[in-house]
Design a protein around this ligand. Sequence first.
Ligand SMILES: NC(=O)c1ccc[n+]([C@@H]2O[C@H](COP(=O)([O-])OP(=O)(O)OC[C@H]3O[C@@H](n4cnc5c(N)ncnc54)[C@H](OP(=O)(O)O)[C@@H]3O)[C@@H](O)[C@H]2O)c1
Length: 285
Amino acid sequence: MKISILGTGLLGSALAQRLLFAGNEVCVYNRTSAKAKALVKDGAIVAESVQEAINQSECTILMLADIDAINNVLFKKDIKSFYGKTIIQMGTISPAQSVQLNQALKELEGDYFECPVLGSRKEAISGNLILMAGSTPEQFNKWLNLLKMLGPNPQHIGGVGKAAAMKLALNHLIAAHAVAFSVSLGLIEKNGIDQDVFMGILRESALYASMYDKKLQNWKNREYANPNFPVKHLLKDVELVLHETQEKQINSEEVKALSHILQEAINHQLGDLDYSAVFNTINNI
Ligand SMILES: NC(=O)c1ccc[n+]([C@@H]2O[C@H](COP(=O)([O-])OP(=O)(O)OC[C@H]3O[C@@H](n4cnc5c(N)ncnc54)[C@H](OP(=O)(O)O)[C@@H]3O)[C@@H](O)[C@H]2O)c1
């Protein structure tokens, strides 16, 4: 299969590697071209322009930071038409942004659907992402073989916007768990209790989430470099959740607090570090 990817940052580069490993022809474009060129050694073809990347393949995956990045990349003046091309949006954006994108691409004769993913670089490279499609059933069936190269069990959630909403609901839990665990671990440390005893009891309880162990070494060592998912993107997602909760008249006080804490982490220069760095903000380190 010939696939193009727009955006070869942390996750886009991992998707490219996975799709190349699975035997596909992969064409990549990135605003900062050095990040696209770094994939040449894995077999990727680098497009000089967005239009060239779109022309190369029937299907183009978007793995860009946010809606501003998407608009900047997709709707430049030199792109005239998306006729006959399918655009699969895999970054984290809001349901409303995704619906608007669908409309804009339809007007340019493109075929659009969303398929946000849960999981990070490790899961992408090993083909173990959780994929959630917001599309027509026909689009989902048409591209299922491609989606299965990235994760074993892609799920059709509903029409455009539904998978974006599902992704926000899940990412809210990333922020909530990271913040809540940071408070609890802080309490343990500051009371001079053995962390291993705490973890042992937690693992046996109904309160345990596997992300606690996944990030435990980061928290123990206060080491947040080489992020898979940085604080700045988690804040972007929490802001989208905040907007959604307010629009849907869900009490948003907890989400406001998460947003405030993540913003504070960014103010303390932690924005480009792994999201587990929020521990330092919570515990005044
Ligand atoms: N990392 C994860 O674990 C993970 C997991 C699930 C979902 N996501 C979501 O997937 C998306 C990508 O995440 P990532 O971790 O790969 O982010 P990243 O490493 O920051 O990459 C962001 C990409 O967007 C491009 N970009 C940013 N602003 C732009 C602009 N104004 N114009 C053009 N291009 C722009 C960047 O280009 P440059 O290289 O030129 O800056 C880069 O290609 C985000 O929506 C994120 O929330 C991430």
